[in-house]
Design a protein around this ligand. Structure first.
Ligand code: DMJ
Length: 645
């Protein structure tokens, strides 16, 4: 219209001469290019930008950014986003502390969030060939890959009822009384968490408030998610319902903080998976699949080995821990995803989760191993070991655990996991297992061929692990492995009984005259960890030797005497001091693991029978995928069960 009034412009046809049309088109295309270009300068959060640019700009997009699943939740996303603005979740990113967390456990020693400058995963780097995965995961795969997961069919596949004939109630009255005591401890821990820290990650029982920490990337309610299955198996149904309701209404997965992939996986993914398999409540499945998707960008590295820290927001940025040498990833972190990811595939019918962990498996299987050992640090860029530090405790531990449990969870069909586990055990026995002058068997650490005669509390899970692996080892080795498991468990018990509190230190040594005692002040603390009790539980199930129940009871008495305070349970700073100093933290794994293993120890074996269930490293029971009962179109059918060579 404007052009029509210009002198020399004809009114014929479209009203413009050819040259004028050309100029007009040129002008229009310039305008469009300018507008498109401007999109690049908008913040990531602007919806317009995500619509137009997401396919090429963000690594998260390769796995379904903007969260397909959350869109499907009725009325939820808007509500949840609103929650982030004003409540606890506000400014999550700003609150992420870069200080080391002293109390958060994990067999992977605690540390600060990594330095990004060195090793941040950038959108540009996400274009590296091995990092791209064009497939988008979403609940839509349910439709594409066949029928949705059939919970009723799953239940029929269990060999025994999950909760036993009678909730595992023991027949003798003393054991029953002990079990009731453990249940009371759980209720006490829960009630105080609820009263003083509801919705936060953990309870601070001395100051009577909540703790959020920096491990879960803005996710909240770690103690709630970690407790769901414990409450359920203990028959604390009112409390279980409260927890479920919180998950339904308040578990906000639209967080934008920096999370430990490992911690979120073992606690949140593991907790929600177990809760789903035990109860069949759809909300747990819905939440866990939504969360699972958010973890996938961590695998966008040149090798597919995930980095340790991930931003759970739409950027999907990931990076390595600042303390891990040369931007490496940690064996116990990237090696402790397999069980949960197989179940994410099982429930979503999407093989992508399984493929991610099978890729890790494949790399670890192929790589050259010094003396057959797996060092703790590996570069996610080159796929090479970064340092030759080997440990069955912190930094290495649950990688070995997940090998044998992958085999067991596959109904003993995953031959690759089996082979890797027993070869690793052989190398560990040859190079790391030692006998002290006093006759105690322990597993030392290995630093480039030099032994460090120290055993961490975390390494005490290995009694149970070696025990459950005894059955299927090389011919004639069963008794040998059972003996080794019993000896290690005995040593770990000694580390408890040699302290004033009858609780064990964070690490104990076998040098300079020490035998299963901590020699350094910094190793004397106990943070309500479960590993020793975990081994008692497995050894009880395997041998029914009453000493394991007695040792478990000693631990209950010590916890009651030294860790119970007016408003919950707390870790202690020095297990050798008879007047204890509390650390003011009730760890979520105390509810998830320590109390659950104690409860199982005083229950009949048919409560969560080991033929049907394996426990993830946070003690969340996951079902064995029985080979006779693979569901139609099961996404795990071709994976995790045979050699991928
Ligand atoms: C738990 O979070 C898990 O057991 C993990 O594997 C190691 N550390 C803590 C408990 O100590």
């Amino acid at each position: 219209m404007v052009l029509r009034k210009l002198p020399g412009v004809s009114a014929s046809g479209m009203g413009l001469r050819l040259s004028q049309k050309f100029v007009f088109l040129l002008f229009l295309s310039g305008l469009v290019t300018l507008c498109f270009g401007a999109l690049f300068f908008l913040p990531d959060s602007v919806r317009l930008k995500r619509i137009f640019l997401s396919k090429n700009e963000s690594p998260a997009v390769t796995v379904g950014s903007d969260n397909e699943l959350s869109k499907k939740m009725p009325g939820d996303p808007e509500h949840q986003r609103a929650g982030l603005k004003g409540g606890e979740g506000a400014n999550v990113k700003l609150r992420v502390s870069r200080k080391p967390s002293v109390t958060h456990g994990a067999r992977t020693v605690e540390r600060s969030v990594g330095s990004r400058a060195q090793d941040e995963w950038s959108p540009a780097r996400a274009q590296e060939p091995a990092a791209r995965d064009e497939r988008v995961t979403s609940a839509a795969h349910n439709g594409e890959r066949g029928s949705p997961y059939n919970y009723e069919a799953f239940k029929k596949c269990l060999l025994k009822p999950a909760l036993g004939k009678n909730q595992g109630t023991p027949s003798d009255s003393e054991t029953l009384q002990r079990r009731e005591k453990v249940k009371e401890m759980m209720k006490f821990a829960w009630d105080n968490y609820k009263r003083y820290a509801w919705g936060k990650n953990e309870l601070r029982p001395l100051t009577r408030n909540g703790h959020i920490g920096n491990m879960f990337g803005g996710l909240r309610g770690a103690s709630i998610v970690d407790s769901l299955d414990t409450l359920y198996i203990m028959g604390l149904m009112e409390e279980y319902e409260e927890a479920k309701e919180w998950v339904q209404n308040n578990l906000d997965l639209n967080s934008n903080g920096e999370a430990s992939l490992f911690e979120v996986n073992i606690r949140y993914v593991g907790g929600l998976l177990s809760a789903y398999y035990l109860t069949g409540a759809e909300i747990f499945k819905q939440k866990v699949l939504e969360l699972g998707e958010k973890l996938l960008p961590a695998f966008n590295t040149p090798t597919g080995i995930p980095r340790g820290v991930i931003n759970l927001g739409s950027s999907g940025t990931s990076w390595s821990w600042g303390w891990a040498s040369a931007g490496s990833s940690i064996l116990a972190e990237f090696g402790t995803l397999h069980l949960e990811f197989l179940h994410l595939s099982e429930l979503s019918r999407n093989p992508l989760f399984t493929e991610k962990v099978m890729n890790i498996r494949k790399l670890l299987n192929k790589i050259e191993k010094p003396h057959g050992l797996y060092p703790n640090f590996l570069s996610p860029v080159s796929g090479n070991w970064v340092q030759h530090h080997v440990s069955i405790g912190g930094l290495g531990d649950s990688f070995y655990e997940y090998l044998i449990k992958s085999y067991l969870m596959s109904d003993k069909t995953d031959q690759e996991a089996k082979k890797m586990y027993y070869s690793a055990m052989e190398a560990i026995e040859t190079n790391l297992v030692q006998k002290s002058p006093g006759g105690l068997t322990y597993v030392a650490e290995w630093r480039g061929g030099i032994l460090d005669h120290k055993m961490g509390h975390l390494a005490c899970f290995s009694g149970g692990m070696i025990g459950i692996g005894a059955e299927d080892g090389p011919a004639g080795q069963k008794q040998h492995y059972l003996d080794l498991a019993a000896e290690i468990t005995h040593t770990c018990h000694e580390s408890y009984s040699r302290s004033a509190t009858k609780l064990g230190p964070e690490a104990f040594r076998f040098d300079a005259g020490a035998e299963a005692t901590a020699t350094r002040l910094s190793d004397r603390y106990y943070i309500l960890r479960p590993e020793v009790i975990e081994s008692y539980m497995y050894m009880w199930r395997l041998t029914h030797d009453p000493k394991y129940r007695e040792w478990g009871w000693e631990a209950v008495e010590a916890l009651e005497k030294h860790c119970r305070v007016d408003a919950g349970f707390s870790g202690i700073r020095d297990v050798y001091a008879s007047t204890v100093s509390h650390d003011n933290m009730q760890q979520s794994f105390f509810l998830s693991e320590t109390l659950k293993y104690l409860y199982l120890l005083f229950s009949d074996d048919d409560l969560l029978p080991l033929e049907d269930w394996v426990f993830n490293t946070e003690a969340h029971p996951l079902p064995v995928i029985h080979k006779s009962c693979l569901q139609e179109n099961s996404a795990t059918q071709d994976h995790g069960q045979t050699n991928l060579e």
